[in-house]
Design a binder for this molecule. Structure first.
Ligand code: NAP
Length: 254
């Protein structure tokens, strides 16, 4: 029996990771801010799949709370075999309309938390010579839409970098690049999107593919043929075109 720690497990993609991992018989450590939702999901998964489920109620933008999660990852008595750095959100407003505190908090969750938790997990996993880290990035990281896109570019590059360093020590690292996924993300960010059409994915399909890619040792996972095509195209477009306000507006997260 192995254990997975999933951040942002109360909704959307993170919740689906928790469900699919529990279905495979994995014990879980679920992390998010909403304690009532964490407890309800833990009870549901433990009853349905007979797995052990711990919860850690933590705001990952809070340094002390983040450290509690890192400590759990370092605990040699209760090894975590898979870390899924998934928690995240978008601001939904242009840069000049947010406060600098909003932007810093976003960086804390999308970048600093991924850095700190990956470091804690990598240390423990390399000592044991096994483990996997799956960082939820975004296709937006290839584009130019504010701090959100810049953070996701960091997540992808960071994951590729540590993947190369950790592979010889038995630890696999995967960056997952979703496109649009039907979750609470857009509603929470106040982004009005229709959520229909070929570019909208469902979390179950996305997570199934992501877990298969992580198990196979893929460093970058882009689920769905449509987004494989988008990523292939975007990588060859001139950056000047991607900075065009009309193009940016198509994918703006903040
Ligand atoms: N949906 C998309 O179209 C899309 C596309 C590309 C990438 N992504 C990425 O996928 C990941 C998951 O997003 P989602 O679409 O599943 O969104 P979601 O449905 O809104 O879920 C976000 C999760 O993150 C948690 N979270 C947010 N802020 C947090 C904080 N400060 N501390 C701890 N947990 C926090 C939320 O839990 P609590 O509120 O309980 O804390 C929730 O469980 C994010 O990294 C997002 O950037 C999403």
């Amino acid at each position: 029996m192995s254990t997975a720690l999933v951040t942002g497990a109360t909704a959307g993609i993170g919740r689906e990771f928790a469900v699919q991992l529990a279905t495979k018989g994995e014990d879980l450590v679920l992390v998010a801010r909403d304690t009532a939702r964490l407890d309800a999901l833990a009870a549901e998964l433990a009853a349905a799949h007979g797995v052990a489920v711990e919860v850690i109620s933590a705001d990952l933008s809070d340094r002390a709370a983040l450290e509690r999660v890192a400590e759990r990852l370092r605990d040699p008595a209760r090894p975590v075999d898979l870390l899924v750095n998934n928690a995240g959100y978008g601001l939904g407003s242009p840069f000049v309309d947010t406060t600098v505190e909003d932007e810093e908090r976003l960086l804390d969750v999308l970048v600093r938390a991924v850095l700190v938790l990956s470091h804690a997990a990598a240390g423990a996993m390399t000592q044991r010579g096994s483990g996997r880290i799956l960082n939820v990035s975004s296709v937006a990281g290839l584009l130019t839409s504010g701090t959100y896109a810049a953070s996701k570019a960091w997540v992808t590059t960071f994951s590729e970098s540590i993947a190369a360093q950790l592979a010889p020590r038995g630890v696999g690292v995967t960056a997952l690049l979703p496109g649009y996924v039907r979750t609470e993300f857009h509603e929470r960010a106040g982004i009005d999107k229709k959520r229909t059409g070929p570019f909208w994915l469902d979390a179950p399909d996305l997570v199934r593919q992501a877990l298969a890619d992580s198990e196979r040792g893929r460093v970058v996972s882009v689920p769905s043929p449509q987004y494989k095509a988008v990523v292939g195209l975007v990588r060859h477009l001139p950056r000047g075109l991607l900075r065009n306000p009309r193009v940016t507006a198509l994918h703006r997260k903040n």
